[in-house]
Design a protein around this ligand. Structure first.
Ligand SMILES: CC(C)(COP(=O)(O)OP(=O)(O)OC[C@H]1O[C@@H](n2cnc3c(N)ncnc32)[C@H](O)[C@@H]1OP(=O)(O)O)[C@@H](O)C(=O)NCCC(=O)NCCS
Length: 178
């Protein structure tokens, strides 16, 4: 049976990363689309790895039998006045051919458990989801995230399109669902 694990990305994962990430369906709803394109060169992806991925403490590869097929990233907050330190944001993506197998919920459960365990001040993990991204909303709900509402016209794209964003969160006191 295939095994899902999380581990830090390594430079040697670049080719696997490109295989699933440089895909229009994968990039459609995620901020990675502003950094990586369908036709990004290997050199550009290596540069992204060196600048962002490798040195990020919580940029984890979602692995199937050891091979990187997606990512889950946790961004902890510091904030100007220190009042944001109880909060972190999670984001994630998975190669197209692996969708619909419950892999992201597994990766999210692992991330939540280790984050709430490691950061004792952490009380809330939140996720921002494009309103149209029903698969992502479903993956979050499976794990126990609650929808708090819709942030109307929260982001404005270069072409002027305004995006509505669903706000999800899970608290350290909430159960992580199986
Ligand atoms: C969102 C994403 C991470 C989900 O990961 P996953 O491992 O496929 O998640 P799941 O296996 O739990 O499947 C998602 C669920 O949504 C459902 N779903 C998919 N499209 C749907 C739609 N249009 N409407 C309603 N439900 C939908 C699936 O049927 C599945 O539910 P089920 O298990 O009850 O059948 C994955 O689709 C992905 O990588 N998308 C591109 C990147 C992205 O959008 N990241 C999230 C940014 S917030």
């Amino acid at each position: 049976m295939s095994k899902i694990t999380l581990r830090p990305y390594q430079l040697s994962d670049v080719d696997d990363f490109m295989q699933w990430a440089c895909n229009s369906e994968v990039l459609k709803y995620i901020l990675l689309q502003f950094l990586i394109k369908v036709n990004s060169s290997r050199e550009e992806v290596v540069s992204y790895f060196k600048q962002v991925v490798i040195n990020h403490p919580w940029y984890q590869a979602i692995c199937l039998d050891g091979r990187a097929i997606g990512y889950v990233v946790l961004e902890t907050q510091a904030g100007k006045y220190g009042i944001d330190r109880g909060r972190a944001e999670v984001s994630y993506a998975l190669g197209r051919e692996y969708w619909g197998r419950g892999i992201t919920p597994i990766a999210l459960r692992m991330t939540l458990s280790s984050a709430f365990h490691k950061f004792t001040n952490l009380v809330r993990i939140e996720a921002f989801v494009r309103l149209e991204n029903k698969a992502s909303e479903k993956a979050l709900q499976k794990v126990g995230f609650s929808k708090e509402g819709v942030l109307r016209q929260y982001a404005v794209l270069a072409d002027g399109e305004c995006l509505d964003i669903s706000m999800y969160s899970i608290l350290s006191t909430d159960p992580i669902l199986n």
